[in-house]
Design a protein around this ligand. Structure first.
Ligand SMILES: Cc1cc2nc3c(=O)[nH]c(=O)nc-3n(C[C@H](O)[C@H](O)[C@H](O)COP(=O)(O)OP(=O)(O)OC[C@H]3O[C@@H](n4cnc5c(N)ncnc54)[C@H](O)[C@@H]3O)c2cc1C
Length: 384
């Protein structure tokens, strides 16, 4: 498909944010929406490489509120978007192995319960009873929410893209944005290697690459790409159907059922920022050894696949929503490794901001770009 010469908005990035925003803008009646994705397929950035976890369990009120708005949208996805996304509510079980985390977990559960999220606080003994296959002698506490779970990221992106296209959105792959043209202090055009598209509105939904898109418009956006990786195992018949999404919080080590096997990941706390998406085999071994210590039956498992992707990290581990000093340049990015689950509501919120000038579903006005300069940071503790 040829690129149009004009658009009412150009959305840069075809991950969950761009796809959701395109759909929600079109649903509200906006016309001439153009979505540009640099890769051959939509959803091959952070979204397609993520663990698919969705949860209510956060440490800040705004993140809990985003989950309260977004996860029900995923529950209704098939009804609204006509796409099955395989939402399995297996629950997240977060485990604290030191006093600091145990105390914070208690505060988190109080906050979540106050917001009507029914997360349970567990003792170390209760954690061990729920995970008979695992070694958690050092567990001091745990938190569990049955409504947390796993969703298929590719289906969410494909669902939104198809639904957006049906509403008239032009969504193109192999279309890399190479520059954003500014006249005075307003967006004037977006360029790819093939053409120039006249537009007054841009939505930067480029995930880990959002800082680079900001540079094109001479806007400083503090989003840093950081590699994260995981592997899956062959089928393990011992793992029960209802095995939860287990997080050994202090090690950022996690396990969840993937097919008949497990998906296992761990965050390398020494990873340097960068765009490298190859698997670090030495760290994978560290990850495997940490996992084996927790789940001895992995001694009999084989690796089935592995991959790496990029977290899009902001200084306070919260996303950036809204405008910028350049008129018409909007941002929806920087979800810091837990954005897939907030993609549905994030796209809806950006449609509200772009069409109405304010957020109505959830007030995310405090998550603006200006907060970094003005030191209004809101720190999230539950980062994996
Ligand atoms: C290993 C890993 C595990 C994760 N696990 C979870 C999890 O369990 N749960 C959860 O909620 N989140 C998780 N996340 C985080 C989640 O994946 C992201 O927060 C979310 O997918 C971000 O979506 P996005 O649309 O902003 O970015 P992306 O999906 O990266 O989309 C941005 C798109 O922009 C495109 N692009 C970039 N530059 C240009 C350009 N110049 N022109 C055109 N297109 C461009 C990219 O190719 C990309 O497709 C995980 C992330 C990783 C890496």
């Amino acid at each position: 498909m040829d690129l149009p010469r004009t658009a009412d908005i150009v959305i840069i990035g075809g991950g969950v944010m761009g796809a959701s925003a395109a759909y929600h803008l079109a649903k509200r009646g906006m016309k001439n929406i153009l979505l540009l994705e640099k890769e051959e397929f939509f959803g091959t950035g952070a979204t397609g490489r993520c663990a698919g976890g969705v949860r209510y369990q956060f440490s800040t009120e705004i993140n809990v509120r985003l989950s309260l708005a977004s996860l029900p949208m995923i529950e209704c996805f098939k009804e609204e978007i006509e796409q099955d996304v395989n939402y399995r509510q297996c629950g997240y079980l977060l485990i604290a192995t030191n006093e600091k985390d145990a105390t914070t977990f208690q505060h988190n559960v109080e906050l979540q319960n106050r917001l009507s999220v029914e997360t349970e606080l567990l003792s170390g003994e209760e954690v061990r009873a729920r995970l008979p296959l695992m070694q958690f002698e050092d567990a001091l506490a745990g938190t569990f929410n049955q409504k947390d779970g796993i969703v298929d990221p590719n289906s969410v992106v494909a669902g939104y893209i198809h639904a957006a296209q049906k509403l008239g959105v032009k969504a193109l792959t192999r279309a890399e944005v190479t520059s954003v043209r500014i006249r005075g202090d307003e967006v004037e055009a977006v360029e790819t290697s093939q053409s120039r598209i006249q537009t007054r509105n841009v939505l930067n939904a480029a995930g880990p690459w959002a800082g680079l898109i900001g540079e094109m418009a001479r806007i400083s956006i503090p989003i840093i790409p950081v590699r994260r990786q995981m592997f899956t195992t062959n089928p393990l018949k011992e793992i029960p159907e209802n095995f939860p999404f287990v997080i050994d919080f202090a090690q950022s080590l996690y396990f969840h059922r993937e097919g008949d096997g497990l998906l296992i990941g761990m965050s390398n706390q020494h990873e340097k920022p960068g765009f490298d998406q190859t698997v670090d085999e030495a760290f994978e071994l560290e990850n495997f050894e940490a996992a084996l210590a927790r789940l001895p039956l992995l001694g009999r498992a084989r690796r089935a696949s592995h991959w790496a992707g990029l977290y899009e990290v902001t200084p306070d581990a919260h996303p950036i929503f809204g405008g910028s000093p350049v008129k018409g340049f909007n941002i929806c990015a920087g979800f810091s490794g837990h954005g897939f689950m907030h993609g549905p509501v994030a796209g809806k919120l950006m449609s509200e901001y772009i069409l109405d000038g304010e957020f109505s579903t959830v007030d995310v006005s405090m998550l603006d770009l200006g907060r970094f300069k003005e030191e209004r940071l809101i720190k999230e503790y539950n980062v994996v």
